[in-house]
Design a protein around this ligand. Sequence first.
Ligand code: GRF
Length: 194
Amino acid sequence: MSRKKVGVLISGRGSNMSALIEASKAPDYPAEIVGVLSNKAAAPGLLTAQEHGIATASLAQSKFFSREMFEDMITQILEGWEVDYVCLAGFMRILGEDFVLRWQGRMINIHPSLLPLYKGLDTHARVLAAGDAEHGCTVHFVTPGLDEGPAILQARVPVIPGDTPETLTARVLVEEHKIYPQALAMLARGEVSL
Ligand code: GRF
């Protein structure tokens, strides 16, 4: 089996990145994580990736004259790693249309809500404020509209009386770590396409 090569973009702790790395250790997993790029040099996920012997890069957008130049450099790095697919895993930058179209169909994201509900930030607090009975997470293809691409997998969790944003975040995160590796495997096996 030839495994597909995957680059992961992060900005922080990288727990979803870790879930992808762990899943890829199974001999029959159809993808391997070949590189992790962060827009923050201090992202803890970079160290985790290095501990697994995975190539890393960090790139601050502020060092570039324009977002386009920043994103062109990201593409160059990903191409240097010869990636087939890109996974956004807590990458806290909105990506421009040129970059998104360059990778469209080969780039996926994990979002902590049942899209199309609660696009954007602070999803857990917004779910609680709305009094919803359930919440969840979505792995979706990345398209130019923010959090708008078609879903590949979703997982649902109940909202329990007394929940805080922290308890709800933790409950959803458990599911994120399950569905992200599953969705990447489906993509790498050619079982889903945009
Ligand atoms: C996750 O909640 C993910 O859904 C969102 O950003 C967070 C990243 O967490 N896109 P981590 O860095 O993977 O731990």
